[in-house]
Design a protein around this ligand. Sequence first.
Ligand code: NAD
Ligand code: WQD
Length: 332
Amino acid sequence: MKQVLVTGGMGFIGSHTVVSLMEAGFRPVIFDNLCNSSEDVLEGIARITGEKPLFIKGDVTSAADLKALFTGHNIDAVIHFAALKAVGESSEKPLEYYHNNIGGLICLLEAMQEHGVRNVVFSSSATVYGSAAHMPVDEDTPLPPAMSPYGSTKQMGERILFDASIFRSICLRYFNPIGAHPSGHIGELPLGVPNNLVPYVTQAAAGLRKSLTIFGEDYQTPDGTAVRDYLHVMDLAEAHVAALNRLQQVQDRPHWEVFNLGTGKPISVKTLVETFEQVNGVLVPRVMGPRRQGDVPELWANPGRAKEVLGWNAEHSLAAMLRDAWNWQQKL
Ligand code: NAD
Ligand code: WQD
């Protein structure tokens, strides 16, 4: 298995995964419509790996774009990152989210079926767990109704792959990916005001935002702020290499597996911000605010299955994640 189609490969997680794939000897083909990324990413990847990966501009909801892609390239496996990912926006534009995330997945699987490509790794999310009763969550935790159209597209995506049993599929439930490649040549590029915590922290520290608002200090958690499972994006990237290796091993069809990808360590918002300040020697101006609607008090992973089956575990410390995030912000 050598040539790997990476949909959404110009984005935050996709671009870091492309680096890991190239370093592991795979030949990635990036397919992205650039709706949330820029072509400059190719230059960043080339500065790290010494080689520009192949990039094809196209849309996963377009059967014609996919036909041209699969006809022109011999693809052994697909990693499907391409999706819209803003939880709040998905409630304002549900049809756009279902069209892109579900329509795109179906279109992609149809093209794969047509061209005899059977191996797929799917970007799922910890958001599928909603407000789980017991921490840490493992993959057998029953899934409640999704809390947003975005979350619903991830639950449905997993189910579609389960039902489409002609494929060998692995669904990866990412917890909170943060940081950037240690070189600072690639990282996260949020457009407009960031929704996620760490890009907001780095922009506030850089003086681009007046102050960070910490959403809620009255949760039933050790310091009152919400708790999550943050993992370094390069650890996450490596998990995709492990997932492809796993697909290479399993010859049976159908094959469907799901894995949590997190560190298994609960971190509060307050701890994260204070660690950022200590590691980087900068202040993060901040104010306390009310809870953000739809946020769960705490969510962290039991990543045991990924360790046992994929041989993967997250290695970077919180300090390393926050150092790399700041390094990237300073180079922007
Ligand atoms: P991102 O927005 O940085 O990357 C997604 C890429 O997909 C972008 O480059 C975008 O241009 C592209 N894209 C979107 N729709 C497309 C389409 N129809 N056709 C072709 N390209 C398209 O997002 P990310 O953070 O790298 O997330 C990657 C995947 O991981 C997504 O599926 C997301 O839902 C999932 N995920 C992300 C997080 C997170 O916190 N970042 C957490 C859990 C799951
Ligand atoms: C983390 C914590 C906020 C911003 C989201 C999606 C999830 C997944 C990852 C895609 C929370 C607090 C945040 C701010 C704050 N994405 N916060 N001030 O909400 O855990 O997960 O991204 O699949 O689906 O829901 O991540 O980074 O937005 O927030 O206090 O300005 O930081 O309340 O407790 P979240 P986040």
